[in-house]
Design a binder for this molecule. Sequence first.
Ligand code: ADP
Ligand code: ADP
Length: 223
Amino acid sequence: SEMLALEGVEKGYNRGKPSEVIVLRGASLTVARGEVVALVAPSGAGKSTLLHIAGLLDTPDAGAVRLDGRAMGGLSDRARTEARRAEVGFIYQFHHLLPEFSALENVVIPQLANGVAKAAAEARAMELLEKVGVGARAGHRPAALSGGEQQRVAFCRALANAPKLLLADEPTGNLDPATSDQVFGVLMDLVRATGLSALIATHNLELAARMDRVVRLAGGRVT
Ligand code: ADP
Ligand code: ADP
């Protein structure tokens, strides 16, 4: 069964103005439960727009979004935000960790925001950090960690609330090739171990080939 479905999604910016740009022109895509799909797109093709719509950060102008079988179309902003917090994890090219908090705290905070008690949140955070090999760095702030370690912490943060769907935008794009390769392996192990469904945008065709399926975004459609 499908975890994510986009059907005929259309999205433009500055509609009706001279600066209008139509980005998605009927994009359709599914991610099955437990499936890891690579999204390959040239720069400017609308990859971020598509990920934001899939992740309930933005709404389409037309078309449908379903998450775990539930239509997202009629939701209020508040219901959509709640669904996003509970069900979607995001990873970006840059880690976006909070600089004044430790690695552990960065993984704890989203759980507190989701109503998890502090002790349970800390236990889960530690378990995740250990899984990706940065348990010994839990007390350090992001600036004290290497790029690869920072990104591993970002993976833990994305998975902290046990989302159903992981969305990643060039998750290792900011790392050197050897580190990227290694850290991508860590991410795939983590995703497989949790049976997570994932849509991972990348320019790296070698990484794309390690996923279950590759889709391409061009001309506003997915092929
Ligand atoms: P990608 O992630 O594939 O590089 P984006 O989804 O970021 O592509 O952007 C697709 C197109 O939409 C680009 O031409 C970009 O300039 C334009 N765009 C993205 N966001 C906005 C916005 N908020 N306002 C106007 N144009 C935008
Ligand atoms: P909010 O404070 O807007 O409710 P959350 O804290 O629930 O957002 O964020 C959920 C996820 O979405 C986080 O991983 C966060 O980094 C990401 N996120 C929130 N807003 C944006 C945005 N405008 N662009 C990209 N990612 C965002």
